[in-house]
Design a protein around this ligand. Structure first.
Ligand SMILES: N[C@@H](CCC(=O)N[C@@H](CS)C(=O)NCC(=O)O)C(=O)O
Length: 362
C-alpha cells in the first residue's frame, strides 16, 4: 500500500491550499475555516438542477472515517434508500491523489470503474477549485460528480427523496420542527462538528483555546438539554441527532487525543455518553460505524499533528454496547415509523471496526 501522504486538509475548506508535510502550516497562522462546497447542485423530486430523483442513478461515495460522509450513510439507512442509492466505500487512507478505491480487489470502484474519486470530480469540471472530498454523490451513467455539499445532501435525502423511502421511514426533518432543528444544528456545527477540527488544526494557542472552550461549553449545554429528553428536538430522532452523533462517536477514539479536545472524555459525561450509546445501539447508527477506519484515517493521514503515524490501541470500545437506560426518558425513536431492517450483507462493517463485548468475569 502506498505510504499515505500528509492530507491534513481533511476537513479543510474546499479552496484551502493543500496541507504540507509540516502539517497545517500551509494555513499560516490563520484560524481554521471551512468553506462552502464548490459543487452544490441538488438532486430533487422535480429535477430543477437537472438531477431528478431516480432509483439506481446515483452512487454515494463515502469514507466510513469521515463524519460528514457518515451523516449521509446513516440517513440513507434510516430512510431505507439503500436500494435506490448505491454505496461506494473508499480506503480510509488517501494518497496524494486523495480518496481511492483500494479496498476493492482490483483497486477500482465496481460501478463507476474509477480508481480515484477525483476522476468523477474531473469528469464534472476539469481543474475545479478546491479539493476532492467525501461525501460525494456521483451520476452513474455519466460518471460525473453531482454534489459534495454535505450540509444539503442529507436534508435532501429526508425531503426530496420521499417517494423512494422505505415504508415506515422516519421523518428526519419534520416541517413543524425545522426552525428548532436548524438552530440546534447551527450551534452543533459551529462548536462541535467543526469545533473539533478548529481545535485539532489550530496552529496558534489562542485559536486552539477558543475552539476548545466553545466546544466544551456547547457540550455542557447539550448535556443539560439531553438530561431530560431523549433526543435533541421533539421526541424522535431527527437530522440534528445524526449530526451530533457522528462527532460524538469519534470523540474518545480520535478527537480527545489527536485533536486535543481533552477537557473530558465522552464516557465521562453520563448524559452525553448514554445519549451516544442509545443512538449507537439504534439500527442505522452503530451498524454504519467502523472504528478501525476512523482511527486509521485520523492518526495516519494527519501526519502534521501525528508525525509518527502511530495509531493508538485504545480506547476500550466495549462500553458502546452496554445499557444506556435512555428508554426511561420515553421518546419514540422512529416517530410513527419503524426501525430499518438489517444492513445489506455487502455493507456490513467488518468485525475489525466493531467493538467487542467486554469479557465476562466470574
Ligand atoms: N469540505 C467538504 C466537507 C466534507 C469533508 O471535509 N470531508 C473530508 C473528509 S472528513 C474530505 O474529504 N476532505 C478532503 C481530503 O481529506 O482530501 C465539503 O465541502 O463537502
Amino acid at each position: 500500500m502506498p505510504h499515505p501522504t500528509d492530507r491534513s486538509a481533511d476537513g479543510a475548506p474546499d479552496d484551502a491550499p493543500p496541507a504540507t508535510a509540516e502539517g497545517n502550516t500551509a494555513y499560516g497562522r490563520k484560524p481554521f475555516t471551512r468553506a462552502r462546497s464548490h459543487f452544490a447542485d441538488r438532486v430533487t423530486a422535480d429535477g430543477r438542477d437537472g438531477w431528478p430523483v431516480e432509483a439506481g442513478r446515483y452512487r454515494l461515495v463515502v469514507s466510513r472515517a469521515c463524519p460528514w460522509a457518515s451523516r449521509a450513510v446513516i440517513s440513507r439507512r434510516l430512510l431505507g434508500l439503500e436500494d435506490a442509492i448505491s454505496l461506494a466505500l473508499t480506503d480510509p487512507l488517501q494518497d496524494d491523489r486523495s480518496w481511492r478505491f483500494t479496498l476493492e480487489p482490483d483497486g477500482r470502484d465496481p460501478v463507476l470503474g474509477i480508481r480515484f474519486l477525483s476522476e468523477a470530480y474531473d469528469a464534472r469540471e476539469k481543474d475545479h477549485p478546491g479539493g476532492v472530498s467525501v461525501p460525494a454523490l456521483v451520476d452513474v451513467p455519466s460518471g460525473r460528480l453531482v454534489t459534495n455539499d454535505y450540509q444539503r445532501l442529507t436534508l435532501d435525502f429526508a425531503t426530496e427523496w420521499r417517494a423512494l423511502h422505505r415504508p415506515g421511514a422516519p421523518d428526519l426533518y419534520p416541517e413543524p420542527l425545522r426552525e428548532e432543528i436548524d438552530i440546534v444544528m447551527a450551534g452543533v456545527y459551529r462548536d462541535v462538528n467543526n469545533g473539533v477540527y478548529r481545535a485539532g488544526f489550530a496552529t496558534g494557542q489562542g485559536d486552539y483555546e477558543a475552539a476548545f472552550h466553545d466546544l466544551f461549553r456547547r457540550l455542557d449545554l447539550l448535556s443539560v438539554r439531553l438530561s431530560d429528553r431523549r433526543y435533541l428536538v421533539g421526541d424522535s430522532i431527527t437530522e440534528a441527532d445524526i449530526r451530533l452523533f457522528t462527532t460524538l462517536v469519534r470523540f474518545d477514539a480520535v478527537y480527545h487525543g489527536h485533536f486535543k479536545c481533552n477537557q473530558f472524555k465522552l464516557a465521562e459525561d453520563p448524559v452525553l455518553w448514554a445519549y451516544a450509546k442509545d443512538l449507537y445501539q439504534t439500527p442505522g447508527f452503530g451498524d454504519t460505524v467502523d472504528f478501525h477506519h476512523i482511527k486509521q484515517h485520523y492518526y495516519r493521514v494527519h501526519t502534521g499533528i501525528n508525525p509518527t503515524g502511530v495509531v493508538p490501541l485504545g480506547p476500550d470500545l466495549s462500553g458502546w454496547l452496554t445499557p444506556h437506560h435512555r428508554e426511561e426518558l420515553g421518546g419514540r425513536p422512529f416517530g410513527d415509523g419503524t426501525p430499518p431492517g438489517p444492513v445489506p450483507p455487502a455493507e456490513e462493517v467488518p468485525p475489525s471496526g466493531r467493538p467487542e463485548p467486554a469479557p465476562t468475569h466470574f
